[in-house]
Design a protein around this ligand. Structure first.
Ligand code: APR
Length: 308
């Protein structure tokens, strides 16, 4: 039997993710939204593209959580996107209500699912989904680092005039303004970028990566990025569903790793059929540790505000 993926929130990120899953034909898709007609209409549109993609999966839309029953993976993208001059953190309380309701429905309908949280502020929302569902922390994670790394790779590729495919980037910390790009582990075919780029140039690219989401919000005026977030989410889905065991930066629950306890934050993990199969620990320099701790403190502040 084919695997089933439910995507909660049939907005820009949710529908784009559904499209990627359907196009690759790796699982049946159920799109859920509270808005009537939207998930059904978008699902029908995607289903009608499947013959053109040579894909035989089922794509359906619903407003009824019962239809999401027994999903293998559930992606939470429901909630509100940013507007200009808003940080991801400004979405905290409005999106917490949405993520909590979605998590309760997942626990009831798909008790064995793996959850990928995309809704911002993502790290705190992942912690909320984990607390609400009471699932094993291996089965609840957040999408952020892959997107931030992809942005960093894009800017580096433009600067160096090389293929982004040949650039590996590593980031740690929360999916927010205090994310921690790690130039020491960011390489062009194995060559650390610090050896190729001037400090000032690299600093500017890191800064552009940190505010990569805000740059798009500023251009779009209403709404936030969705093509790259969907592509990043799809990479996680694929690694789990096909048990690829990719090493990817994701928000994962830390229970002592990196000296952090009881917090979801971005770290490299091995993603496979069990979900987060391993947290990969990197030995950090003193400066990197300081930045990472500051990022963790910012995430913890949000979690505290949620009182979960
Ligand atoms: N249950 C289900 N769906 C909901 C709920 C809810 N309680 N509340 C809102 N939604 C739906 C909306 O109806 C809308 O279709 O969530 C969808 C959100 O879609 P968009 O507004 O297009 O937002 P999008 O760009 O997809 O971003 C969603 O992902 O990247 C993050 O910061 C972003 O938090 C935001 C989320």
């Amino acid at each position: 039997m084919r695997k089933k993926i439910t995507i909660i929130g049939a907005g820009n990120v949710g529908a784009s993710t559904a499209q990627l899953v359907a196009k690759e034909g790796i699982a049946d898709v159920m799109l859920f939204d509270i808005a009537e007609g939207i998930p059904q209409g978008k699902a029908l549109d995607i289903a009608e593209a499947c013959p053109l993609w040579g894909s035989a999966v089922s794509v359906k839309g619903t407003n009824n959580y019962a239809d999401t029953k027994n999903s293998d993976i559930v992606v939470i993208t429901a909630g509100f996107p940013r507007k200009p001059n808003m940080s991801r953190d400004d979405l905290l309380h409005a999106n917490a209500d949405v993520v909590k309701a979605a998590s309760q429905a997942i626990a009831k309908n798909s008790p064995n699912a793996i959850i990928i949280v995309v809704t911002n502020p993502m790290d705190a929302m992942a912690q909320l989904a984990w607390k609400t569902t009471e699932f094993s922390c291996r089965r609840v994670m957040g999408m952020g680092g892959i997107l931030d790394a992809a942005r960093f790779r894009t800017f580096l590729a433009w600067e160096l005039n090389v293929s982004p495919e040949d650039i590996e980037a590593m980031l740690l910390g929360g999916h927010g303004d205090q994310m921690v790009p790690l130039p020491r582990f960011t390489t062009v075919k194995g060559i650390p970028v610090g050896e190729i780029l001037k400090k000032k140039t690299l600093g500017a690219l890191i800064q552009r990566t940190r505010s990569g989401g805000a740059e798009i919000v500023g251009l779009l005026k209403s709404g936030s990025a969705y093509y790259a977030p969907a592509a990043a989410t799809f990479q996680m889905i694929k690694s789990i569903l096909l048990d690829e065991k990719r090493v990817l930066p994701c928000a994962a629950y830390l229970n002592g790793e990196y000296g952090v306890k009881d917090l979801y934050v971005g770290v490299p993990v091995v993603l496979g059929k069990e979900g987060v199969e391993k947290v990969v620990e990197i030995k950090l320099t003193r400066d990197e540790k300081t930045l990472f701790r500051a990022s963790c403190t910012a995430v913890r502040k949000l979690v505290k505000k949620l009182a979960i």
